[in-house]
Design a protein. Structure first.
Length: 305
């Protein structure tokens, strides 16, 4: 197979040595070319060009943000997407069952390509931008925006502590608590004064170290969207919910200010004032209206066998 190895050289755990090892592993049985991203949105352009040029697979050695950009360039194309963990969390690669370490993941990908283990899956769309595992509105988007203020070096050596510190700061700041939105489910209920919402396309929502945080436990790569709304920002709900999502999930399920609904085709979020949102852990800006929908069979992916 023809493989484009798409590398973000500034990703938090990507190194030249690992990159060389990955290329060597994939080149043993496949034709491999390498391209580097140099700016925001570049991965979309490179992935789209690879699809136009007839590549079979775009293997992304980077974090979830670059992977999300590459997916945008491959929607409704025959070229498959494959994630190789190069970021600090690498949610989607772990969701698909790839090993945590990049070199081991490259071996798993090479085996998958040898066996032509490719399939099509649905994705979520936030307006026209895809998300592979989640979109967040309000509080978590504010957290991600604060994390992105830090230098690449800080995020490389202390990603998870930085996220925790950003969450604490956002919880006590007016900006982090500013979101008040209305959420309307297509052919379903409506929620007013929502402070924080997560739209899941897969689970987990993210990882804290090696521990998965499972917010919408019924969300998978084969299901439609799941919506989790928080109508209050309470420390007990956020801290207890995080602990619950690592374990059984019972605490979160019993909270009256938290509601999860599964198997949704579309969601409309709107407010009088702009609110922040994120897709796959990447800050997407501020809007006053956002439409999220499920797009079936939109993306080909390479799955470890």
């Amino acid at each position: 197979m023809r493989v484009l190895l798409l590398v973000n050289p500034t990703a938090s755990s990507a190194t030249p040595r690992k990159r060389a090892s990955i290329r060597k592993i994939l080149s043993e049985t496949h034709e491999v070319e390498v391209a580097e991203t140099s700016r925001r949105g570049h991965a979309t352009l490179l992935a789209r060009a690879a699809a136009d040029d007839g590549f079979d697979v775009v293997a992304v050695y980077a974090g979830d943000g670059t992977l999300n950009e590459a997916a945008a360039g491959l929607l409704h194309r025959d070229t498959a997407l494959a994630p190789l963990p190069g970021g600090s969390t690498n949610v989607y690669s772990q969701t698909l069952g790839y090993p945590r370490h990049a070199v081991d993941a490259a071996r798993a990908l090479a085996a998958a390509l040898d066996q032509k283990s490719l399939r099509r899956v649905g994705v979520g769309l936030a307006d026209d931008r895809p998300f592979l595992f989640c979109a967040g509105i309000g509080f978590d988007a504010a957290v991600i925006r604060r994390v992105e203020r830090h230098s690449r070096w800080v995020k490389r050596v202390a990603s998870h502590p930085v996220h925790i510190a950003a969450a604490v700061h956002s919880f006590f700041s007016p900006v982090g608590r500013a979101t008040h939105v209305n959420v309307d489910v297509d052919d379903g209920p409506s929620f007013s004064n929502v402070r924080f919402a997560i739209v899941s396309k897969a689970t987990p929502y993210t990882h804290l170290g090696r521990l998965p945080l499972n917010i919408a436990r019924n969300a998978t790569i084969d299901t439609r969207l799941s919506l989790t709304t928080f109508t209050a920002l309470r420390a007990l709900t956020l801290v207890g919910g995080a602990a619950s999502s690592i374990r059984s999930g019972k605490f979160l399920a019993r909270r009256k200010d938290v509601v999860t609904i599964d198997d949704l085709a579309g969601i409309h979020v709107h407010a009088e004032t702009p609110f922040p949102y994120q897709v796959d852990g990447d800050d997407a800006g501020d809007v006053t209206e956002l439409r999220l929908r499920y797009e079936p069979d939109a993306l080909a992916i390479a799955l470890p066998s």
